[in-house]
Design a protein around this ligand. Structure first.
Ligand SMILES: Nc1ncnc2c1ncn2[C@@H]1O[C@H](COP(=O)(O)OP(=O)(O)OP(=O)(O)O)[C@@H](O)[C@H]1O
Length: 721
């Protein structure tokens, strides 16, 4: 099943005027629900672009209508064991937080409180219908990604580690290590916790939104259904993404600009992921931002619903177009609808000394699950000797990747945790790790001999080993090894050494963070934006190019050339009638190309300046940028000219709309062929359902220059357009 993408157009706010409305929902047939968003061409108001979605909700849509139509139907699937992900995407001030969280009044409540209400209602019904044979437990975790760092929202901000919580992949899912997981009994319980946690979320007033979210917020609702010995766990994730911002309009100060750059960068990576998936690329750049890693769009199983929030106003015109473009590509992402497996419950060990309790962040984490405690005589002896009057802290010594857990199951650990009296516990009970910045690893003791060996290691030894490992990692980073190092896991079984070691670890963590900052002082991110802008320009996507140049601006504040480019593009898109914009006529595109060719030298100068300034940070990106440019110019330099026989043959095959023939082209699979046929069927009348030239073909989503070149080569020989 594909990602379900629905658009919601927000109503006007008090100070906004009817006459500025430019975005409308429409249906394909009278009386049918709206599925199309219409928006004028920014340079020719009489022409309108149409974007089709699974559903479109216009300005008068209430919170209840949206929830009932889009989220409530998936509650059943959640209880059947499918994971459900709902995320709100859109420009700042378009209503994402309103949609997800909503207001305090009953009618104003958003998707999240309604979801919880539905979950509790259904849980009660199940327990009643089964006479209590099936029990349902709800656990929540809630965290934010702020400046690409993960922070637990269920903990007070003063307990935050500067580097945030690390991520790790487990059973094909990305998990946040050391996140609080809180049992939640009912809606009142939830509301109390949610309101409190939202106060920990970072928001600030910007010119575009008085309460702008400065972070992406992720709420995870974990359902554990137990019937006899069997346990089924499924998760609903509700994500309120921060909105992209045009910093020329926000008038952000320095701090807000840094946040904004992080927000824009992660959203840019998300759009890159969407592009890469819809192109069928092998490499999807998930790992370039924590948000995309967690969202795992197209990698996660279950049901994914993307709510695209839109402002109806003209002042958001280009931003709205940009969001519409990304979202309409997201529709093509396939998600496997696979239920989580039912697993058998693990019996908690009688020897457990855990008495639950501590909700506080522990630098060396107490094990929430007894099964993670190391076995062995020494461990048992240590456990026996432990003072049972205190809440036990069973510190994990080591994560042995080679040695399988007693029962390999994603849910089992949580299942046994569920029985604990603890009011708060940590997720990821199967492995225990101190939240260190991902990128460092230290294995200090092996589980096989954890007991005796660990006890013989002194704090100084541990410190030395950690120090050594961190230095190695820093050295390897300096050598620009691309492989991300695994997360730092530290093994300690004695409480006696934890404080001193932890202080040292915190200092080291700060050092890693510092090194990270020095290593990627933003310029490389900025240059990535420039590269993307150049690529967008070459595709003729001026709207995208503008967005990317603007995104690069905070990395190069006051850069005259960059500002000049932005000015030119804005003027071109907003005012000039002859200007070239996405999806305009071939003639206009040809004009644009000429202008771009004239500007190309200028672009190269700019990139070269940047590269010279910071060669070590930029690495290979500048040469790549030049190579790509040259290549693209060779292939499409003269798009207006008639196509060669091979080019014609390619167009003939594509225009045949015969998926079998198209599939036979080099680089095409069944999905790409199907998508292309669908695209052809949706072409506007003016194009007579045909792709007229290779230049036009290149504007088709998923058909970059390389794809065309490869297809032509497959027809035979090298391409000359
Ligand atoms: N459907 C709606 N009905 C009524 N008011 C709305 C609606 N959508 C948004 N608003 C109002 O618009 C303003 C901006 O909305 P909101 O804060 O939810 O935007 P956002 O997309 O989350 O912005 P940011 O990305 O900056 O956090 C708020 O005052 C909100 O109450």
């Amino acid at each position: 099943m594909s990602v379900r993408v629905v658009a919601r157009i927000r109503p006007l706010l008090d100070q906004e005027l009817d006459k500025d409305i430019i975005v409308h929902g429409e249906s394909t047939e009278e009386g049918k629900p709206a599925t199309i968003v219409k928006i004028p061409n920014p340079k020719n108001g009489s022409e309108e672009f149409s974007f089709t979605f699974n559903s479109v909700y216009d300005r008068d849509t209430s919170q209840e209508m949206l929830f009932t139509a889009e989220v409530a139907p998936h509650l059943k699937s959640l209880f059947q064991g499918l994971d459900v992900t709902i995320f709100a995407y859109g420009v700042t001030g378009t209503g994402k937080t309103h949609t997800m969280r909503g207001g305090l009044k009953l009618a104003e409540r958003g998707v999240i409180p309604r979801l919880l209400s539905g979950v509790f209602r259904r849980s009660k019904k199940i327990m009643k219908d089964t006479d209590g044979e099936t029990t349902v437990h709800v656990d929540l975790s809630y965290y934010e990604i702020y400046n690409d760092k993960v922070f637990d929202l269920l903990e007070s901000p003063d307990k935050r580690l500067p580097a945030g919580l690390p991520l790790r992949e487990k059973d094909g899912k990305t998990i946040v290590v050391g996140l609080t997981e809180r049992p939640c009994q009912d809606l009142r319980d939830f509301e109390k916790m949610y309101i409190e946690a939202n106060n920990n979320r970072i928001t600030a007033a910007t010119k575009l939104n008085a309460h702008s979210s400065r972070s992406h917020a992720i709420l995870k609702v974990k359902l554990t259904q137990t019937t006899g010995d069997t346990v089924r766990v499924s998760t609903a994730s509700a994500i309120d993404l921060a909105g992209s911002e045009d910093n020329r309009r926000t008038e952000n100060n320095k701090e807000r600009l840094i946040e904004s750059a992080a927000i824009n960068k992660s959203l840019f990576v998300l759009s890159q992921c969407v592009d890469a998936i819809s192109r069928g690329d092998k490499r999807i750049p998930y790992r370039e931002s924590k948000m995309t890693r967690i969202l795992s769009l197209g990698q996660n199983n279950g049901i994914t619903i993307m709510i695209l929030n839109l402002s109806p106003l003209r002042s958001y015109h280009l931003d709205t177009l940009s969001s519409l473009n990304v979202s309409s590509r997201a529709k093509r992402i396939e998600v496997r609808e696979i239920e989580n497996e039912v697993v058998f419950k693990q019996v908690p060990r009688a020897s457990s000394t855990l008495s639950g309790g501590a909700a506080q962040r522990q630098p060396l984490r107490p094990l929430a699950n007894v099964h993670n405690v190391h076995s062995g005589a020494a461990a048992a002896a240590a456990a026996k000797a432990a003072d049972t009057s205190r809440p036990a802290k069973a510190f994990s010594v080591f994560v042995d990747r080679a040695k399988p857990a007693p029962v390999a199951r994603p849910a089992a650990a949580n299942t046994s945790q569920m029985r604990m009296p603890s009011s708060t516990r940590r997720s990821n009970g199967a492995e225990l790790a101190i939240p260190r910045p991902a990128g460092a690893v230290s294995k200090i003791a092996r589980p096989g001999n954890a007991g005796a060996k660990t006890m013989s290691i002194s704090a100084a030894d541990i410190e030395a080993m950690v120090e050594k490992k961190v230095s190695e990692i820093l050295a390897s980073r300096a050598a620009e090894q691309p492989e991300p190092a695994p997360a730092l896991t530290v093994a300690v079984q004695s409480e006696g050494i934890n404080e001193a070691v932890q202080r040292r670890l915190d200092a080291l963590e700060r050092r890693i963070e510092e090194e990270n900052r020095r290593g990627e002082d933003g310029r490389s991110d900025g240059l990535k934006c420039l590269l993307a802008a150049r690529q967008a320009k070459e595709r003729g996507d001026d709207v995208g190019a503008l967005a990317m140049y603007e995104m690069a601006l905070p990395f190069f504040p006051g850069q005259a050339k960059l500002m000049g480019k932005i000015e030119r593009l804005r003027a071109k898109l907003g005012v000039s009638e002859e200007a070239d914009v996405r999806a305009t006529s071939e003639h206009q595109r040809a004009e644009g190309r000429k202008r771009r060719a004239a500007q190309a030298d200028d672009d190269d100068d700019y990139a070269a300046d940047e590269a010279d300034d910071d060669e070590s940070v930029v690495g290979g990106s500048t040469p790549r940028l030049k190579t790509r440019k040259r290549r693209a110019m060779v292939v499409f330099e003269d798009e207006g000219a008639p196509a060669t026989p091979r080019g014609k043959q390619l167009l003939d095959i594509i225009n045949s709309r015969d998926a079998m023939r198209i599939k036979g082209l080099s680089g095409f699979g069944p999905k790409k062929a199907r998508d292309l046929v669908e695209y052809l069927e949706m072409l506007p009348e003016g194009e007579a359902g045909q792709i007229a030239s290779l230049g036009r073909l290149r504007l088709v989503p998923g058909m970059g220059g390389k794809a065309i070149e490869r297809a032509c080569e497959g027809i035979g020989g090298s391409i000359a357009v």
